[in-house]
Design a protein around this ligand. Structure first.
Ligand code: GRF
Length: 187
């Protein structure tokens, strides 16, 4: 199998990134992670890049040309797909138009419900019966691109933001690899 080159964008913990590294070791999993982009030099997730000898780029989003620097590196590593995994910065329209390949994201709610931040808080406030995660293509509107995979669970009576986060992330580790497989199924 010829694996596709992927760049993962992170900002923090990087547990989805860690999970994708693990999955990409499978012979049959369609990607290899060639690059990591991170906008936070203190991100714990960067350690997974270091431990696994994956090239990483720490960017300063206050600098004017930071997206050009990313684009240059994506080209250098022949990246076919960007996976956003807890990347807390919105990509500009100019960036999305320039990259031209696919960009996907994982979001901790059942989209189109609860776009943006504070999803677990909103799930509790709205007394939702179920919640979960969604992997979707990234377009110019926040958390609004075509949905690839959703995974869900039913809430108990005593859920907190913490329990919802733990349960949702468990599902994320299944949903993200599943979405990647489905994208490259016929390639
Ligand atoms: C995930 O819950 C994801 O849904 C959201 O950010 C979180 C990142 O977690 N977009 P991690 O850094 O992968 O642990």
């Amino acid at each position: 199998m010829v694996k596709k080159n992927v760049c993962v964008f992170i900002s923090g913990k990087g547990s989805n990134f860690k999970n994708l590294i693990k999955r990409s070791r499978d012979y049959n999993f369609p990607i290899k992670i060639k690059l990591v982009v991170c906008n936070n030099k203190y991100a714990v997730g960067l350690n997974f890049a270091k431990i696994n000898s994956i090239p990483y780029l720490v960017i300063d989003t206050n600098k004017r040309n930071f997206e050009n620097l990313i684009l240059l590196n994506l080209k250098k590593h022949k990246i076919n797909l960007i996976c956003l995994a807890g990347y807390m910065k919105i990509l500009s329209n100019k960036f999305l138009n320039s990259f031209k390949k696919k960009v996907i994201n994982i979001h901790p709610s059942l989209l189109p419900k609860f776009k943006g931040l504070n999803t677990f808080k909103k799930v509790l406030e709205y007394n939702e019966k179920k919640t979960g995660c969604t992997v979707h293509f990234v377009n110019k509107k926040l958390d609004s691109g075509k949905i690839i995979v959703k995974r869900e669970f039913f809430l108990n009576n005593n859920e907190t933001e913490k329990t919802l986060r733990i349960k949702t992330q468990k599902l994320e580790y299944l949903a993200y690899p599943e979405a990647i497989i489905s994208i490259f199924k016929y390639c």
